[in-house]
Design a protein around this ligand. Structure first.
Ligand code: CA
Length: 640
């Protein structure tokens, strides 16, 4: 079969498969294996005792020739209780036999060499049957993005050494700084921070870390191997495929018990390499190629998967639903969403909505860009910024314009934005405050409910490092600096008070530094981990963030995400450099990015919520006539 046939309607009509039984379907008496392999001449199932050939006691238990069925399916049923046994398929295409784990595998041995038959019921921790999704209205959503390792690797985290960097760190709900009993850390900390969603960097099985011996290595995990299997290096035993599943569920349940939604970062747009389970099973089908057969590389990772082909689109939908239902995941963040097509994203949204009320509340957002061009099927529309209004409601995208306006371009470290000293940014700031892309961008979202607002994420510098590099330029990342703290607070205020859903990198609220490294994906544990001691050294900043989140929660005029609510924002004609002021419902918001204090005339009396870097939720002070706004600060006043 020619690879050029893969993208055709004729191929899909003949080979498209919509059965719900792909993978290993387990019962106590027998297990049925089904794999979609329309180009294969032959598929053989191999059953093994262990997850890898290197383990003691490993042996091949049996080999079974699978029978060819309609629509490219190969199937067989093996009698007996196979729970815990490992398996592979040997798929022969054009005379070449390749041994591979299962595209639809639900469990894996160490480093994913083999899939595992699993009785999922036995992976449920105690109380799992009572665990429910935790969801929030979009307008109350506050996202905190963290890597499993970074969360608890620091010994100051107070987490037991054997659980540091693991799923199980999330199950400690009483951890404190060095165990001092005073300063909450990890989930104990998150309960009080004011965030609603923990967004976990990749937690599906990825390839760059040796699960058996991770040592000091970490990786962000944007190198997927098995999308439906949790990563093994975060488990306490990567050799037993059941352990990571159970511990992942314990993590989710613990976050739910803390009242927190769990968002998974999903990277369906490329795989670790072309030496993948997909390529070994149906060579060429799952990846985009141009007319000469050259594999696309819009991911800059060597390959692009083909969401615009029926069986990969279907795979993505199945995978999302599997995580949502089997693991109780509450939301998804799509890496390089611009490499997926709009139709696929809309179908995923639709499939989640059909899960019922909780499904409709599950958040779904992505990066509306790619790292380069990709050979989309003719007619497919990439899910990029330009397609913002073709994406259904409930699909959000990162607004990189607010990020760059507020703190400066992500890729020019020394160039500042509004808060850190770049002049003449007032009009650009006004634009993004109302929930929009930059004014000169070709299109605009029809509602701010399509936007994630942020000034830091795992990619690029931390906010603090960007401030050091653009203002002081002396690499003094570890030196406390009041001016930089003021800039940090001003940036946080803009994100929290603008139209769109707030998002932050873990530790932004405490001046997190990575010593200026703007791409730390494989730079080891120590550089990447959250420094819990530093978190409390910057407790004043943390308190400011918490106060901002509390204000946002309490004022519908801030958090409402309709276009009408954004249009109600009225900017005041203040002819002062670096000042942007606006009325929004009961509130008057003033940003002053200049170094000098500014006096702003007031009509009537106001209660002070925020002034000069401090938040007063009790609104104990009033002001009338005029208000003084310190240099580099935000003021928020409520009309009496
Ligand atoms: Ca792995």
């Amino acid at each position: 079969m020619e690879k050029s046939a893969f993208g055709t309607i004729e191929f899909e009509q003949e080979y498209g498969y919509d059965g719900r039984d792909l993978g290993a379907v387990y019962t106590k008496d027998s297990t049925t294996f089904k794999v979609w392999a329309p180009t294969a001449e032959k598929v053989v199932l191999r059953l093994y005792e262990k997850g890898s050939a290197e383990e003691q006691g490993d042996c091949m238990l049996s080999e079974v020739n699978m029978s060819a069925e309609d629509r490219g399916i190969y199937a067989c049923t093996v009698q007996g209780d196979l729970d815990g046994k490992y398996y592979t398929y040997v798929v022969t295409v054009d005379g070449i036999a390749r041994e591979t784990s299962d595209v639809y595998g639900k469990a894996s041995g160490v480093n994913s060499q083999r899939s595992m038959v699993i009785d999922l019921a036995r992976t449920n921790p105690e109380g799992w049957d009572k665990d429910e999704h935790v969801t929030f209205p979009l307008e109350d959503t506050q996202i905190w993005e963290v890597h499993i390792n970074d969360f608890s690797n620091d010994e100051a985290s107070g987490i037991a050494p054997e659980h540091r960097g693991k799923y199980l760190a999330f199950t400690d709900k009483t951890s404190t700084l060095y165990g001092d009993g005073v300063h909450p850390t990890c989930v104990n900390y998150l309960k009080k921070l004011g965030i609603t969603h923990v967004h976990l960097l990749p937690t599906f099985d990825y390839g760059s870390i040796d699960e058996g011996a991770p040592g000091e290595n970490i990786n962000w995990g944007y190198d997927p191997v098995n999308y439906n299997v949790p990563e093994g290096s975060y488990s306490t035993d990567p050799y037993d495929g059941a352990v990571r599943i159970r511990e992942f569920k314990e993590m989710v349940m613990a976050l739910h018990q803390a009242g927190i939604s769990v968002v998974m970062d999903v990277v369906y747009n490329h795989t670790y390499s072309l030496d993948s389970v997909f390529e070994k099973t149906v060579p060429g089908y799952y990846y985009r190629q141009d007319e000469e057969g050259v594999y696309s590389n819009g991911s800059a990772c060597g390959n692009d998967t083909a969401s615009d082909r029926q069986m990969y689109r279907r795979y993505m939908i199945d995978s999302i639903l599997y995580w949502a239902t089997e693991y109780h995941i509450d939301g998804f963040r799509f890496d390089l969403m611009g490499l997926h097509d709009v139709e696929t994203m809309n179908q995923i949204r639709g499939a989640l909505n059909e899960l019922g009320e909780y499904g409709k509340c599950m958040i779904l957002y992505g990066e509306p860009w790619s790292a380069g061009p990709s050979a989309f099927r003719p007619g497919a529309v990439p899910a990029v910024k330009d397609a913002v209004n073709q994406l259904d409601d409930g699909i959000l995208m990162f607004n990189d314009d607010i990020r760059d306006v507020v703190k400066g371009p992500f890729n020019q470290l020394e160039v500042p934005g509004y808060v850190n000293g770049r002049p003449n940014m007032e009009e650009e700031l006004k634009q993004v405050i109302r929930g929009a892309f930059a004014a000169d961008y070709g299109c605009q979202p029809d509602t701010p409910a399509k936007l994630i607002n942020y000034v830091s994420a795992h990619d690029n510098s931390t906010l603090w490092d960007k401030l050091v590099d653009s203002v002081k330029r002396d690499k003094s990342y570890n030196v406390r600096d009041e001016k930089l703290l003021a800039m940090n607070k001003l940036a946080a205020a803009i994100v929290q008070l603008s139209k769109g859903v707030p998002f932050m990198q873990a530790g932004e609220e405490a001046a997190r530094t990575k010593q200026g490294e703007d791409n730390s994906y494989n730079l080891g544990k120590t550089l990447n981990q959250l420094d819990w001691k530093r978190m409390y050294e910057y407790q004043d900043l943390m308190t400011y963030y918490t106060g901002l989140m509390e204000i946002r929660k309490n004022y519908p005029e801030i958090k409402e995400l309709t276009r009408e609510s954004a249009d109600r924002i009225r900017f005041l004609p203040i002819a002062k450099e670096n000042i942007v002021a606006y009325e929004n419902g009961r509130l008057l918001v003033i940003y002053n990015a200049g170094e000098e204090e500014a006096d702003i005339e007031l009509s009537g009396a106001y209660r002070i919520l925020i002034q000069n870097g401090r938040i007063d939720l009790g609104k104990s002070r009033t002001v009338s006539g005029q208000v003084t706004v310190q240099g580099i600060s935000a003021a928020v006043l409520e009309k009496e």
